[in-house]
Design a protein around this ligand. Structure first.
Ligand SMILES: *[C@@H]1O[C@H](CO)[C@@H](O)[C@H](O)[C@H]1NC(C)=O
Ligand SMILES: *[C@@H]1O[C@H](CO)[C@@H](O)[C@H](O)[C@H]1NC(C)=O
Length: 214
């Protein structure tokens, strides 16, 4: 009998120590990014997936609970694509990946980053649409997607982002008209310029040509 009690105890002990913690989940999510990009400058060299959490990795900042709050990888010569796994970084506030050579689309899953304050993906080579899911990022203050090759309409849902202070979607291939309602009423044409198929501000109450959108 005693042997079974002992085995049971051992089992309970092992399953609690081996249970994935939030910190490991975040390390795995970041490691998925490492695997998806080329890193000729070796800026991700310290990203060792065998560590308990990613808080000692360079370019990663954590809070007091060892949860990731910042990813600072602007100007890092990274090429490759973004990964949906980034959406698992529940407490991420700053996602700084500007001025790299990233291709592919912006994962919808970034809409799961409820704490996000800043989404800086400017000056890359991203394609595809701006995900409407970003409209759930109620804390977002900075949304800079300028200088990519994004297509499609600017989702009207984004005008719900009441805390947005800086918006830049200029220098892309967006189409349609740019929204001027809600939180977007404070932005000027400077936020939207150089989109060859984007028309001027939408005129409320008018049916108008829709700037090359299919
Ligand atoms: C984007 O891709 C194009 C075509 O592949 C390439 O010529 C250009 O240098 C790239 N731009 C950036 C900023 O990486
Ligand atoms: C948006 O970015 C472009 C460069 O891509 C810059 O020239 C422009 O001033 C920026 N606009 C705003 C509103 O920040």
């Amino acid at each position: 009998m005693a042997i079974w009690t002992l085995l049971h105890l051992l089992f309970v002990l092992l399953s609690t120590t081996l249970a994935p913690t939030a910190a490991n989940t975040e390390g795995d999510a970041l490691y998925a990014l490492r695997r998806a990009v080329k890193d000729p400058g070796n800026v991700l060299e310290s990203w060792d997936p065998t560590l308990v959490d990613p808080c000692t990795w360079f370019h990663v900042t954590c809070d007091g609970d060892d949860r990731v709050t910042r990813l600072d990888l602007g100007n890092a010569k990274l090429s490759g694509s973004l990964v949906p796994d980034l959406g698992k970084l529940e407490r991420l506030q700053y996602l700084e990946l500007y001025k790299n050579d990233l291709v592919g689309s912006i994962p919808e899953e970034l809409g799961e980053l409820k704490s996000l304050v800043s989404l800086d993906l400017y000056h890359n080579n991203l394609t595809g649409p701006i995900p409407a899911s970003l409209s759930t990022l109620t804390n977002l203050k900075f949304l800079r997607l300028n200088g990519n090759r994004l297509t499609g309409r600017i989702p009207r849902e984004l005008t719900k982002l009441g805390n947005l202070k800086i918006l830049n979607v200029s220098n892309n291939n967006l189409c349609g008209t740019f929204p001027t309602s809600g939180a977007f009423s404070k932005f000027s044409e400077d936020s939207f310029m150089n989109n060859p198929i984007l028309e001027g501000p939408e005129l409320m109450g008018f049916v108008r040509y829709d700037g090359g959108c299919k």
